[in-house]
Design a protein around this ligand. Structure first.
Ligand code: SF4
Length: 225
């Protein structure tokens, strides 16, 4: 049950509703097409807004576009993207069921780390995407996405695979697939975390259990002797 039927809109104060109001996800994407709000605009081929199901219940958030993403305008299409697709399939998910975006929408030169002011400038667009999509679960991939969404300094090595209940959604931090490609020790941990994710998602859609009958209400065993 990863789809919801209605498209959402968001008003200028950030509240969302199902009614017609000023901004939809497509509007937000269009409004960023020529964004010049930070220095990364000068080196990009195009803004990489996000892709997938706009009504998804689960969203994946990475750091920033790389070379292939910048060329194609789609997040996670290089080697890390291939690994992400494989990991998703290993737990019965397809890319068409989820939504993928990055904290930063334009490629930093030579894939350098995003600078703090670039993150500050671009992250409100990620928050707007989340408000519009309203996922139940957001999987942050790597340190940048995790720290941005948790709004505090944490190390992914410590918090990966642990769900955090935030006010609007549950956050599930994962190692970044690109890190797992460069460090053989991380790949088994990432695979394990995907299995944990599957169990969490299964629990979210499982029908509620019948409440246990209190001991005092249970039928009394007849004393036959
Ligand atoms: S990185 Fe974000 S803030 Fe900077 S130009 Fe691109 S879309 Fe605009």
């Amino acid at each position: 049950m990863l789809y919801r039927p209605h498209r959402r809109r968001i008003d200028n104060e950030g509240s969302s509703s199902y009614d017609a109001s000023p901004m939809s996800l497509d509007d937000l994407c269009e409004s960023l097409r020529n964004c010049q709000q930070c220095r990364l605009a000068s080196g990009r081929t195009q803004v990489v807004f996000g892709s997938g199901n706009p009504d998804a219940s689960i969203m994946f958030v990475g750091e920033a576009p790389g070379f292939h993403e910048d060329k194609q305008g789609v997040p996670f299409v290089g080697a890390a993207g291939k690994l992400l697709t494989e990991l998703l399939e290993s737990v019965g998910l397809s890319r068409s069921q989820i939504y993928i975006a990055n904290v930063i929408k334009c490629r930093p030169p030579q894939n350098r780390d995003p600078a703090p002011d670039e993150v500050e400038t671009c992250k409100p667009f990620l928050f707007q995407q989340i408000q519009l999509i309203k996922p139940h679960m957001v999987c942050s991939m790597g340190n940048f996405a995790t720290q941005t969404l948790l709004e505090r300094k944490v190390g992914i090595t410590k918090v990966h695979g642990q769900p955090f209940q935030l006010s609007e959604f549950r956050l599930f931090p994962l190692f970044h697939p690109a890190a797992a490609l460069h460090n053989d020790n991380l790949l088994p941990l990432l695979r394990e975390d995907f299995q944990k994710l599957k169990r969490l998602l299964d629990a979210m859609v499982a029908p509620p259990q019948k409440p246990a009958v209190p001991a005092s209400d249970q039928p009394v065993q007849m004393d036959l002797f």
